[in-house]
Design a protein around this ligand. Structure first.
Ligand code: AMP
Length: 142
């Protein structure tokens, strides 16, 4: 497996060099909206540790990402009136991974509504900003 590349797009977001629609942050993880959501509220949860994917992350950092993914899933269920949550995580190109900093997709689902194809449509900035506001308020407990 190739080494971690610190110039990947999510590393730049983690360093604050590129913007994101943040929904949650703590000392070990960051969660922000996918700009090409497969469903409204589609969120990515990342470790701050420089891990390429599940194959090189430490078990503790992976466990923390799972905890944050659960928080995001519960917030989406409570706030967006979701009927279910799809969780996805891809490892290496053949495993479906495109961006090589580990991330877990948390995708809120509504009954009878199929997910859009991956990376098919860029969401409007206003819609992403509004969604980030709603989810971050729920995650902050407000
Ligand atoms: P994958 O590596 O297959 O899990 O896919 C990477 C995901 O990152 C896709 O769902 C993209 O829509 C998403 N994505 C790519 N660039 C950005 C970005 N700048 N901000 C938020 N999401 C992104």
């Amino acid at each position: 497996m190739p080494a971690y590349d610190p110039n990947n797009i999510f590393a730049k977001i983690l360093r604050g060099e590129l913007p994101c629609y943040k929904v949650y942050e703590d000392d070990k993880a960051l969660a922000f909206l996918d700009i090409m959501p497969r469903a409204p509220g589609h969120t990515l949860v990342l470790p701050k540790a420089p891990a390429r994917n599940m194959l090189d992350i430490s078990p503790d950092d992976l466990a923390h990402v799972a905890k944050v993914a659960q928080k995001v899933a519960k917030a989406a269920m409570a706030t967006l009136g979701s009927d279910g949550i799809t969780v996805q995580q891809f490892n290496e190109g053949p495993g479906g991974q495109v961006v090589f900093h580990l991330h877990v997709h948390v995708i809120p689902r509504k009954s009878g509504v199929p997910m859009k194809p991956a990376a098919s449509e860029k969401e409007k900035p206003e819609a992403l900003a509004e969604m980030a506001k709603r989810l971050s308020a729920a995650l902050a407990g407000g």
